[in-house]
Write a protein that binds this ligand. Structure first.
Ligand SMILES: O=C(O)CCC(=O)C(=O)O
Ligand SMILES: [Mn+2]
Length: 189
C-alpha cells in the first residue's frame, strides 16, 4: 500500500486489491447475497431512515447512534475479501460493516469511527466496489479538507490518529452514478 500524507492521522492507499474474482463479480454478489437493512438511527433523539442500505457481519455485535447490530458469521465471499485485505494490510479484522449506495442520493454524513469498542487508535480498512464516489475528510480542529476518489476495487487504510482528529463521509451527488458497495473491515476489541 502507498502512504497518503495526513496531518495527525495515517492513511494508506491501494488502487486495486488483488482478488480471485473481477470487481464486477464481487459487486454483483455483494448486492445479491448480503442481508441488506434499511436502518433508522437516532440523531438528537429523533428517528431517521439512513440514506443507504447497510449490513453488519462479525463475531461481535456492534452499537452506534442508538443502533444495535447483531453478530452474524461472515459469508464465504466476505471471508475471501477479509483474507485479501488482511494480506495486504498486515492487520487482523474480526468484523465488517457494509454500506450500499444505490445511487447519487445515497450518502453518509460526516462522522468518526471512534466507538470505544474499536480501541484508542482504530484501524479500519475501507474496500470499495462499483461507482467511484468522493470520500471527504475534514480535520476536526483546523477544518482542513481532503477529497479522495474511492474507485472500483480500491482499498483505503485508516489508522493512527485518523478517527481521533478527522471526520469523514460521502456526500450526495447530482451526477448520475451507479451502485456502489463499501466494506469497512474493523477490529472490535
Ligand atoms: O462508503 C464509504 O466510503 C465510507 C464508509 C464509512 O465511513 C463507514 O462505514 O464508516
Ligand atoms: Mn466511517
Amino acid at each position: 500500500m502507498s502512504p497518503v500524507p495526513l496531518p495527525d492521522g495515517e492513511l494508506a492507499w491501494l488502487q486495486q486489491l488483488p482478488l480471485p474474482y473481477t470487481n464486477g463479480e464481487v459487486l454483483a454478489r455483494l448486492i445479491a447475497e448480503t442481508d441488506w437493512r434499511e436502518e433508522t438511527v437516532l440523531v438528537y433523539g429523533k428517528r431517521h431512515l439512513q440514506p443507504r442500505l447497510s449490513a453488519w457481519y462479525g463475531e461481535a455485535g456492534y452499537r452506534y447512534s442508538g443502533l444495535s447490530l447483531a453478530p452474524a458469521p461472515l459469508t464465504p465471499l466476505l471471508e475471501t475479501l477479509r483474507g485479501a485485505v488482511q494480506d495486504v494490510t498486515g492487520h487482523h479484522f474480526n468484523s465488517v460493516l457494509l454500506n450500499y449506495y444505490r445511487n447519487g442520493q445515497d450518502s453518509m454524513g460526516m462522522h468518526a469511527d471512534d466507538e470505544a469498542s474499536l480501541g484508542p487508535a482504530p484501524v479500519i480498512a475501507s474496500l470499495s466496489f462499483g461507482a467511484t464516489r468522493t470520500f471527504i475528510l475534514r480535520h476536526k480542529r483546523s477544518k482542513q479538507t481532503l477529497k479522495m476518489d474511492l474507485s472500483d476495487g480500491s482499498l483505503l487504510l485508516m489508522s493512527g490518529g485518523t478517527q481521533i482528529h478527522w471526520l469523514h463521509g460521502i456526500n450526495k451527488t447530482a451526477k448520475p452514478v451507479g451502485p456502489r458497495v463499501n466494506l469497512t473491515f474493523r477490529k472490535i476489541i
